[in-house]
Design a protein around this ligand. Structure first.
Ligand code: AOF
Ligand code: ZN
Length: 362
């Protein structure tokens, strides 16, 4: 693989990104067909149920595809899903070489697409710009390999890690630009998750308003005792799923009457079982979850080892020790007990800092 290969794969990755807010539960995939140093057809997967990236590119190229090289960000599929196998389509079109960024983690494919192409005499290379390809489909990979979505928690805090004053006032700690940035994280997520405490305190809508999306993320509320009011804004204007730990028919019905789905997942101490919630979301095809919650739910998720990444907005402000912290983690006696993070990215967004960190799971 050479520098030109990398350039074409970078192009395919940019095409794949166009599906960032629309392809779920499917992965984001891009494809470029190249012949004699020129692109002769491009495509990306737009929406589940619609043609895959390769098919769009092959259609654009037509008969010229014969003898071309295909650059695809994900291994071409080998299975009959909602659409026929892309590997077959590439073979039928007379593609000579296929360069792939990463193998498809879907057990229905998992290398069989590459095998199929090789068996047809096509030169196949896999692994070019794999890190970027994995990043783009971090949620899809997580769901396929762990049966869990990728869980990202967004927290807006002061520099000293405070998310609200002791009296609950929290609007607004971070600025306009940071709040707009959050819209992008919501837009790419399949679900936005919060707790009943946040619903009661802030009455958020948790929808996407400032970014164009192919679909609104599913709003998910964890409400162990089923106390949220049917008038809550999160229950309006789109699908909302409420997980509860109590089988209270009257309250279930009140929420169902305003269009919410109510699911019962009882865990310990009368609380919703958090791991079961995430497994259930994965079963529903949810790849990426954005948690926008208070310190209680954030603490519980962190303690259960269920958070994968933090998106932290830090305002240039100090709110002091009487204000509320960002996660209730219980008292630790040894430093090794603390949650270990790995910085991934730091930048300034408006007046605030944005830190992205992944959780080190020992
Ligand atoms: C590809 N190219 O552009 C995508 C692929 O239900 P279907 O038929 O749409 O199949 C979805 C599965 O196909 C998905 O889980 C993943 O394994 C693969 N996605 N494959 O060759 C594409 N989006
Ligand atoms: Zn396919």
């Amino acid at each position: 693989m050479n520098a030109a290969d990398s350039q074409w794969m970078a192009r395919a990755l940019r095409l794949a990104e166009r599906g960032l807010c629309s392809t779920s539960p499917n992965p984001r995939v891009g494809c470029v067909l190249v012949k004699e140093g020129k692109s002769i057809g491009e495509g990306w997967h737009v929406r589940a149920g619609e043609p895959h990236a390769e098919v769009h590119a092959l259609r654009a190229a037509g008969a010229a595809a014969r003898g071309a090289t295909a650059y695809v960000t994900l291994e071409p599929c080998s299975h009959h899903g909602r659409t026929p196998p892309c590997a077959d389509a590439l073979i039928a079109a007379g593609i000579r070489r296929v360069v792939v960024a990463m193998q498809d983690p879907n057990p229905l494919v998992a290398g069989q697409g590459l095998d199929k192409l090789r068996a047809a005499g096509i030169a196949v290379e896999c692994g070019l710009m794999e890190a970027a390809a994995r990043e783009l489909n971090i949620g899809f990979i997580s769901r396929m390999t762990r049966g869990m979505p990728w869980v990202r928690s967004k927290i807006a805090a002061s520099l000293d890690g405070r998310t609200a004053l002791a009296n609950g006032v929290s609007k607004w700690i971070t600025g306009e630009a940071a709040r707009r940035d959050v819209q992008h994280w919501r837009a790419r997520s399949c679900a936005v998750l919060t707790g009943s405490g946040t619903v009661r305190a802030d009455d958020p809508r948790l929808d996407v308003r400032e970014v164009e999306v192919g679909r609104q993320p599913l709003r998910v509320v964890l409400d162990s005792s089923l106390h949220i009011a049917p008038e809550a804004r999160v229950l309006r204007g789109g699908p909302t799923l409420v997980y509860t730990a109590i089988p209270d028919a009257a309250r279930h019905q009140a929420l169902q009457a305003v269009g919410a789905e109510v699911a019962l997942l009882t865990g310990e101490r009368g609380r919703v079982d958090l791991a079961a919630v995430l497994q259930d979301l994965a079963r529903r095809g949810i790849n990426e979850v954005l948690v926008e919650a208070g310190r209680t739910l954030n603490g519980a998720l962190l303690e259960a080892g269920l958070v994968d990444e933090l998106v932290l907005y830090l305002a240039p402000k100090l709110l002091g020790d009487a204000a509320r912290g960002l996660a209730e983690l219980g008292a630790l006696t040894q430093l090794q007990q603390g949650t270990d993070l790995k910085w991934q990215d730091v930048r300034q967004v408006g007046d605030d800092l944005r830190i992205i960190a992944t959780i080190n799971k020992g």
